[in-house]
Design a protein around this ligand. Structure first.
Ligand code: SAH
Ligand code: SF4
Length: 361
């Protein structure tokens, strides 16, 4: 049964009308859920008890049950949520993210998951390790933001769809969730504060380019040429870099937000300076900024991060070519690799997925 937090204002109004309720109840319910952020129907004190009961019988209030939090208020916090089918999903709340948003900031960024597992099997990524389980529905996606605000008592200012899963493979649910996240009657966060990260699903990038909202786009590139990229990301066989860059040109022709190219630096795999030079040429042409991320070790995977010296040298090639590039070397702030790992551990412990000896990948 879909949760109340997955209902659009229109769907809720239609449901209330069907059940003989006056139209103004929709506004009251939306206010309780999305503005006052209550966690039970009982807290909706201006609704008649009979309506509260009727709602409770039709919709669970939320789709997520919080199970654990790692971290504390002034550090990165990871929330693990249980879903109705016993699966798990995680979200990561980062107090400030200078790598993405400039020097110091008191803004909070939430890294949101879009699927349980992922079908794309990138070779650096914990989310893809156990394969794809299922899409998240709109309540499960938007509900992560609401839950993070409830649990932290703080407003989330920025959202990155960089958690578990490939958001563009779940575009319909994602767009419905974005409606809930940006809608004035629901969470009302500006579309410009949303960044969607994709491994490069070309048709969906073109489709999203037509979307009226100014959502930001980040591309998981991780290799500047086909030979390097396809060792890391199997999707490159389907959508090689030339086709990806064509889609990004198209994106640029429709949108005025700068693209971000994400590039994980992996020792001996994609960190030679020739890749940096090629990456710099692409980034300049696309007017994109580059986010360099030293590889975070994932249990079950072999690769290692390059030395700090190599990471800086790679960044300097980009900078010297006039490209805006960020590199964060300190540990503990790496939100990116965080997503997927908690869930993997939990589901493995519960026997939902087999412990994976992944070395062969
Ligand atoms: N499926 C989408 C969204 C998932 S986020 C996509 O691939 O873009 C993927 C991002 O998480 C990567 O681009 C990278 O920035 C980060 N990431 C995943 N695994 C990582 C690792 N082992 N080390 C560092 N960053 C990692
Ligand atoms: Fe999936 Fe993205 Fe991880 Fe690749 S990086 S396996 S696309 S979640």
């Amino acid at each position: 049964m879909p949760a109340l937090t997955g209902q659009s204002p229109e769907a809720l109004a239609a449901w209330l009308a069907d059940h003989g309720e006056p139209a103004f109840r929709a506004g009251q319910i939306l206010e309780w859920v999305w503005k006052k952020k209550v966690t039970s129907y009982d807290a909706m004190t201006n609704l008649p008890a009979a309506l509260r009961e009727k709602l409770a019988a039709h919709f669970p209030l939320t789709a997520l049950t919080h199970t654990t939090t790692q971290g504390s208020a002034d550090t990165t916090r990871k929330f693990l949520f249980k879903l109705h089918d016993g699966r798990y999903v995680e979200s990561v709340l980062i107090p400030a993210n200078p790598a993405l948003y400039g020097e110091t900031s008191d803004r909070r960024t939430l890294c949101v998951s879009s699927q349980v597992g992922c079908a794309y099997g990138c070779k650096f990524c914990a989310s893809g390790l156990a394969g794809f389980t299922r899409h998240l529905d709109p309540a499960e996606i938007a509900g992560q933001v609401l839950a993070a605000e409830q649990l932290s008592g703080q407003r989330v200012d920025n959202l990155v769809f960089m958690g578990m899963g490939e958001p563009l493979a779940n575009l319909e649910n994602l767009l419905a969730a974005i409606q809930l996240i940006t809608g004035p009657k629901t969470l009302h966060l500006g579309a410009r504060h949303l960044t969607l990260s994709t491994s490069g699903l070309v048709p969906q990038i073109r489709q999203l380019a037509e979307h009226p909202q100014q959502i930001r786009l980040a591309i998981s590139l991780h290799g500047a040429t086909d030979d390097v990229r396809q060792q890391i990301m199997p999707i490159n066989k389907k959508w090689p870099v030339a086709e990806l860059f064509d889609a990004l040109d198209y994106w640029n022709s429709r949108k005025n937000q700068k693209l971000t190219l994400e590039y994980i630096l992996i020792h001996g795999i994609n960190d030679d300076l020739e890749q940096a030079a090629i990456l710099a040429r692409h980034a300049r042409r696309l007017h994109a900024k580059v986010n360099l991320i030293p590889y975070n070790t994932v249990e079950g995977l072999d690769w290692v991060r390059p030395s700090d010296t190599r990471c800086r040298a790679f960044r300097d090639v980009l900078k010297n070519a006039g490209v805006s590039a960020t590199l964060r070397l300190e540990k503990g702030h790496d939100i990116d690799a965080a997503c997927g790992q908690l869930r993997l551990k939990q589901e493995t412990t519960e026997g939902l997925i087999a412990p994976a000896p992944i070395k062969a990948r």
